[in-house]
Design a protein around this ligand. Structure first.
Ligand code: ADP
Ligand code: GLC
Length: 486
């Protein structure tokens, strides 16, 4: 039986992207199609999304007052898959990012913007739009966290019950707002309880979703375990424990069309595990692009948000060591001003050895993976992480901390794994100056053993990180929830 699922996300590639959530929301429709699930994606109508939607979009529904503002629903397609866009100019037609203004400050009305998205999703799932019925709603992160709450506590009048799944892509962002917004959410007074949307005296959007969804998923098995602890649960560990029989860890896959080194048009030279030598051309192109001198040591790369989560402050502190032992670095990223500054200062100290691009550049991200020797990902926590998966697929050996999805996808080059011919990268136990210094040293030493290094590269390139198994896991979960509902 074919299932119809409404996937609700605040970003989805290729329409709008600030991080991995967009890759995943963008990839789910294709990942699930082969399992008999038709996914329709609902995203907010930011200017960038409306521009990409084009003139073919049709108005499918209208609200006079959605959380107090007029809105309409536009229906179109993204690739071969159905797309719905919530066009609410008062909420989404503004310059800046999806969540912040141009200076990086959260929009004051984020609660209204994303409660409106959730309210719209609930109405749609309940049958408000003629000809569109959904069996289940899949909500992503706090921005869609109110969907399970509305579905449970304030469904569209007369609609049948629709089950929901919430996926936690990052527990650090919880969508926590002051109590005084509660009366404006359009929920019954009874929702103001710890079993409803109340959280530590305010309204927690992610908390509400986790409390009221039929299932909670997160993007790697290890992270699903980690969020049971105070350190990773960030205040919601009690709820994770209380609902632990409803929590599933399903690893993200990668879009193997977008990220395939044999057919990647961003690369100077396509390559594969069998034709690895061609990769050298990409490395030279990258060196030129970043103004780096050629060298015998490895070319490390970074493609990342430059934030505390990603351990980028620690990395900035080990760059003198990295250069001192013959490494070079090409970095692409943007984020905290202080961290950006630290990398720019390191580049100024080490001209020809460290090159830094502050900004966001999708094509350059591909060129870095296709030409770098090793990608550095010293995250303090990492729900899944996609850049290590892209690195593995591209023969760019990941050097990672042992947490979340990084722990689940990279096999450390310890003596046992090397002897078994199974290793794919380097892991460090802690995110500290010492641990990262040692990890970088280990990577440099391994790089100077060409046969071993090549094995690391080809092991990663031959591993399967496609959506196959994870698409099947989501489809099975959806079916299980529908069966439970009877
Ligand atoms: P997160 O979502 O926590 O930032 P992920 O590893 O899951 O981390 O996903 C990050 C995604 O964003 C990857 O697709 C990565 O290539 C991309 N990315 C991150 N920073 C940049 C950048 N500065 N330019 C281009 N792509 C970037
Ligand atoms: C979040 C996480 C990242 C994950 C991505 C997609 O942004 O930080 O680890 O890969 O979501 O699930």
């Amino acid at each position: 039986m074919s299932l119809k699922v409404l996937s609700v996300a605040s970003e989805a590639a290729p329409l709008i992207k600030t991080g991995g959530l967009a890759d995943v929301a963008g990839a789910l429709p294709a990942a699930l199609a082969e399992h008999g699930v038709e996914v329709t994606t609902l995203v907010p109508g930011y200017p960038a999304v409306l521009a990409k939607l084009g003139k073919k979009a049709k108005a499918a529904h209208k609200w006079d007052a959605l959380l107090g503002t007029p809105a309409r629903l536009l229906a179109g397609t993204v690739g071969d898959h159905p797309l719905l866009v919530l066009d609410a100019p008062a909420l989404f037609a503004r310059e800046g990012g999806p969540y912040t203004d141009a200076s990086g400050r959260d929009w004051d009305d984020n609660w209204r913007r994303f409660a409106a998205l959730a309210r719209a999703a609930t109405d749609i799932a309940g049958g408000a739009v003629k000809g569109r019925a959904f069996d289940l709603v899949h909500a992503h992160d706090w921005q869609a966290g109110m969907v399970p709450a509305y579905l449970r506590l304030a469904p569209l009048a007369g609609s049948r019950a629709v089950p929901s799944v919430i996926t936690i892509h990052n527990m650090a962002f919880q969508g926590y707002f002051p109590a005084d917004i509660f009366p404006q959410l359009g929920l019954p007074a009874s929702a103001w309880t710890v079993d409803g949307v109340e959280s530590y005296g305010g309204v927690g959007f992610l908390k509400a979703g986790m409390q009221l969804a039929d299932a909670i998923t997160t993007v790697s098995p290890t992270y699903a375990g980690e969020i049971r602890s105070v350190e990773f649960g960030m205040g919601l560990e009690g709820l994770v424990l209380a609902r632990s029989n409803r929590v599933h860890g399903i690893l993200n896959g990668i879009d193997t069309h977008e990220w395939n080194p044999a057919s990647d048009r961003n690369l100077a030279a396509p390559f594969s595990a069998a034709k690895l030598a061609a990769r050298a051309k990409n490395k030279r192109a990258l060196e030129q692009e970043f103004g780096l001198e050629p060298g015998d040591g490895p070319l490390f790369i970074v493609v990342s948000r430059l934030t505390w989560q990603k351990g980028m402050d620690v990395l900035a502190g080990v760059l003198d060591h990295l250069v001192g032992i013959g490494g070079r670095l090409a970095l692409l990223g943007a984020g905290d001003g202080e961290i950006e500054h630290a990398f720019l200062a390191a580049a100024a100290r080490h001209p020809g050895r460290i090159g830094v691009r502050i900004g966001y550049d999708e094509s350059l991200a591909h060129r870095l993976q296709g030409g770098g020797d090793a990608i550095l990902i010293p995250s303090r926590f990492e729900p899944c992480g996609l850049t290590q998966l892209y690195g593995l697929a591209y023969g760019c050996v990941p050097v990672v901390s042992r947490t979340g999805g990084l722990a689940d996808t990279v096999i450390d080059a310890n003596p046992a794994a090397l002897a078994a011919g199974a290793a794919t990268g380097v892991q460090m136990n802690a995110v500290s100056h010492n641990a990262l210094t040692m990890a970088v040293s280990r990577a440099v030493a391994l790089f100077h053993r060409p046969a071993t290094w090549k094995r690391l590269q080809t092991n990663g390139m031959k591993a399967d990180f496609s959506w196959g198994a994870s698409g099947a896991a989501y489809a099975a979960l959806y079916r299980q929830l529908l069966e439970e509902q009877g």
